[in-house]
Write a new protein. Sequence first.
Length: 278
Amino acid sequence: MRFIFITIFLSIFVLNLSAEDAYKRIIITKTLKESSLKEIKMKLDAIGIAMYVKKSWHNNNYNYYVYSKKYDSDYMIKKDLKNIRTMFKSAYIIEKKKEVVHKKEKKATKISSHTPLSPYFIGVNLGFDNISGTSSSSSSTETSSSGVSFGIEGGYVVDDDISISLGYLNTSSSDISINNLYISGLYKITNYDEIDIYGGLLLGYSILELTNFKYTKPSSSSLAGLQFGAKYNFDKNIAFFTNYQGMMMDHIVKITDDNSEIKFSFIHNLQLGLLYRF
């Protein structure tokens, strides 16, 4: 009888120990901004989910990982996951079986987080442009021409919010070609998880040529402008972006056939592009 009692006691002890070693959590979401945690908590409070946060340095940024309590019941964790996914579609369940495995994973993360990214990046883009100005052939009339654009740039990340770059942009239409070389400075206004919203200024030099008119010589002008857009960080090295550029300039081209002038003053440019950070 005593042997049976000891066997039952040891079995219960081992089962309890296994339960402590093995548990499940829901990884709810991740954000780069501490200010976003308040909004996340309000959403989770509305469905009765307690929120836990882990702050970790990764890819030259602080990351805030939001997760749930520990679960022992498969029924309860699946029920809560279903509710959480109404607001956070990418939420998922993880299972930790042994504390030793957890420590190894934590150590590996710590080692990899000390590998810094280079501050240098390159990018390419394609876009749609509209070039506007005025013509003085018989009377002063507004003129515009639309086409496609191609650009490349190389830059330097000063810190998490500021970057500077040197860029080249060719804007072309059926009868106009403009080559622009400029320096830009961008500031990250805000971000939503992997998406950065930014704005900035442009300063540079521009050369314009006409392709379907006889004219005296190409026009050159300084340029100044602004740009704003959004960037999706696909991973630590690659990002996709879309932005708008508005460039002011003062191009004047003299047409030899009728001794008239065409002035080009503004470029609207909408771009899609790819960035690679070394």
